[in-house]
Design a binder for this molecule. Sequence first.
Ligand code: GDP
Ligand code: MN
Length: 392
Amino acid sequence: MDLVEFQGKQLFGRNAVPVPPPGTVCRTVEEIAQAAEDHLGAGASAVVVKAQVKTGGRGKAGGVKLATSVDEAREHAEAILGLDIKGHVVQVVYVEPASDIVEEYYLSVMHDRVGKGHLVICSKEGGVDIEEVNRTNPSAVVKRTLTPHETASGLKLETARDIVVQAAFPAEVVDSAAELLVRLFDAYRTEDATLAEINPLIRRPDDSVIALDAKVSLDANAAFRHDGYAEWLIAGLDADDPLEAEAKAKGIQYVKLDGSVGVLGNGAGLVMATLDVVAQNGGQAANFLDVGGGASADAMAESLGLVLKDDRVKSVFVNIFGGITRGEEVAGGIIEATKRLGDFPQKLVVRLDGTNAEEGRRMLQEADLDQVVAAATMQEAAATAVRLADEA
Ligand code: GDP
Ligand code: MN
């Protein structure tokens, strides 16, 4: 999961990575003006009004502006709220006491899957697009992959020092930047981040260095070992599809796709094969949905309900191979689901095979549901589902 800047700074702060004085998270022009008044009143000579969106290049897009008065902050607020930055509409703004900048550097740690280690990237040329620097002036970008063995007890200060020296950081900041890198690595490790990037890392007039920007990605697979992981999700900012979010909350494996044939199967392998057979029949699946191994009537009803909520879905291919899940259980689930869901226009093309499939099919036939179309094979089911979707 990607964090926005202010969250990244929070995460840095609690791991002793130096950041600017705390700012204020705002959603309206009034809140921004008030925050500016508070910070200016508390002695800040200026505030910086910063769009909180999950994309870089906010500065260039007009999403980062300095203000020395409340009126100026208000003007920036009006310009920045609602601004579209690479498809991300600004809804949240961070107002922070502005920092004085002497120089801007670049520093990051990330997973290096190819190098099987932790990649540290460091450059004296920060505040700009690092990929661009890497193209035009590659010698200015130091890249060092550290093995898990090397970093077993954290990043060593001497290694960190070596990296910033190699990046030709000025002598005045070498020690503090090296110390900051050790802490950054520690934050990255402690928080199970896959990326912790500071661009720019700034040198202040007193030669201290702090993270002026923060880009952090957390490993969602490690969420279970972090209390409060869910609190990183911000209403309106997290572009999770509402159906995907609902599926996640219900523990259903669901991924939205682009087509019109809803797909529901048991077992990830079978669902993937279902997507293929839909495609082979000239259709396109609207989603991936795995009801899981022990597809109970309840899970079936929940899953079908979810697929049918997507109004692009014109037909649904229910592909079940009974193993542990028995055919009559699946049939019961489908019957229950159609009862619960009431009237819906889409047809369910059901292919049921495996353990107790006959019993399941018989139940479906006896239930005589308008919406259910039985299919003998996967191929037949796919062809029917695609045709029904096309006709709808
Ligand atoms: P990005 O464009 O999305 O990477 O946003 P940043 O947070 O990196 O800000 C972009 C640029 O705005 C920085 O490189 C700085 O030059 C400038 N900037 C941001 N915050 C401040 C601040 O507190 N003081 C000053 N003087 N400039 C700032
Ligand atoms: Mn930046």
